[in-house]
Write a protein that binds this ligand. Structure first.
Ligand code: DP6
Length: 361
């Protein structure tokens, strides 16, 4: 389906017994790192919604013949049954009973696949949990008629996605999404993300994010453990203040088209995230030699050419390279020649800022 989310939702019919959403991954500019309570962030974050890196999820549902108190799901990942994921999702759905009263009345079959290879080292939780949340909200709409409009629908989808994985809350909106309460940002809340709504400057339209797969190995420390380590980190309070300041500066840069200010914060956030890991107790390092080699080359290239190529990192070794579309022809040859050799099997995911999730026929 194309068109607005309202148009897409109006195509849902009460006789439907399955629903499919394609939902993208996102890359944080100001990072969410540290959480408390039930998936509540210690600081606000803002991200670009991506496009090429996405998850397709289909949820089919049939009413149970005899009612019981169990959540019943079959889970298929990339076409094959996957019990480990099934157990994880069953546990997640158990916690959603107060959100969706129908969960124990149906048998669910969930089929999920990613556009990016499973072994690429790309975290799929944002796209996977947002796709699942969108499917669940659609089933609620099919069965009850609510939510009637896209604002309520996306609010709830973002809220449910957050409960699955914090960063997933931001994937339901196009272009730019903000998650976490900030006193200077209207409507911002820890409970779900909000859209940036047509405030993005032309300079960021079609912005590139080439994701360099420097290592596809499983991370030595999960994001969940990393968030937990922030609780004892002596630098945490200063970090949360910095994130709050960077939110305002980033949103200003996104509105005014200030690519240089944007790039400076982008790199500061990446380096801070990894510095926080290094000074955790226990300390750990997720960057690899290739990550540092790429960072050095990007900085040298910028000094030499004055072209606005900036990097960021997630909680892992892979490098995201962000740059405007209008200089892509000057930047891509450098990436291909100098940086791609640092990638495992020469693997790069060439992504862009994206239009948000889509209901598939
Ligand atoms: C570094 O959203 O993966 O990518 O809520 O435990 O699922 P959970 O964590 P997750 O953390 C993402 C951390 C980050 C920064 C970001 O995306 O904001």
């Amino acid at each position: 389906m194309t068109g607005s989310i309202d148009d897409q939702l109006s195509s849902l019919s009460s006789s439907q017994q399955s629903v499919t959403w394609r939902s993208p991954s996102n890359i944080a500019i100001v990072k969410y790192w540290g959480k408390h309570g039930v998936q509540l962030p210690r600081n606000p974050s803002v991200s670009f919604t991506l496009d090429a890196a996405h998850t397709d999820t289909t949820v089919s549902f049939v009413e149970k013949v005899s009612k019981d108190d169990e959540i019943s799901i079959d889970f298929y990942f990339e076409g094959a049954p996957n019990e480990a994921f099934a157990n994880k999702i069953a546990k997640f759905l158990e916690g959603l009973h107060s959100e969706f009263s129908f969960l124990r009345d149906y048998e669910f079959k969930i089929e999920s696949s990613n556009s990016f290879p499973h072994s690429s080292g790309i975290a799929s939780s944002a796209s996977a949990m947002s796709a699942l949340a969108l499917c669940l909200c659609s089933i609620e709409k099919i069965l009850t008629g609510w939510p009637t409009d896209s604002t309520d629908f996306l609010n709830k989808a973002s809220h449910i996605a957050r409960l699955g994985s914090g960063s997933a809350a931001r994937s339901v909106y196009p272009d730019v999404a903000i998650w976490g309460a900030h006193e200077a940002i209207d409507d911002s809340t820890d409970l779900q993300a909000i859209p940036f709504d047509n405030q993005l400057h032309e300079a960021f339209k079609g912005y590139h994010d080439d994701i360099l797969i420097v290592s596809a190995d499983e991370k030595s420390v999960s994001s969940r453990a990393g968030h937990a380590l922030m609780e004892g980190n002596p630098y945490a309070p200063v970090r949360y203040e910095q994130a709050n300041r960077n939110m305002i500066a980033t949103l200003e840069a996104l509105k005014t088209g200030d690519i240089l200010k944007f790039g400076k914060i982008l790199e500061e956030e990446a380096m801070t995230l990894h510095a926080l890991m290094m000074c955790s107790d226990p300390s750990y390092i997720l960057m690899k030699a290739g990550t540092l080699a790429v960072i050095e080359k990007v900085r040298a290239f910028r000094e030499e050419t004055y072209l606005p190529l900036y990097f960021t990192l997630d909680a892992g070794p892979n490098v995201h390279l962000l740059y405007p579309d209008e200089v892509a022809d000057q930047i891509w040859p450098f990436i291909e020649r100098e940086l791609v050799p640092h990638c495992v099997g020469g693997k790069v995911i060439r992504d862009r800022i994206g239009a948000g999730p889509r209901l598939l026929d």
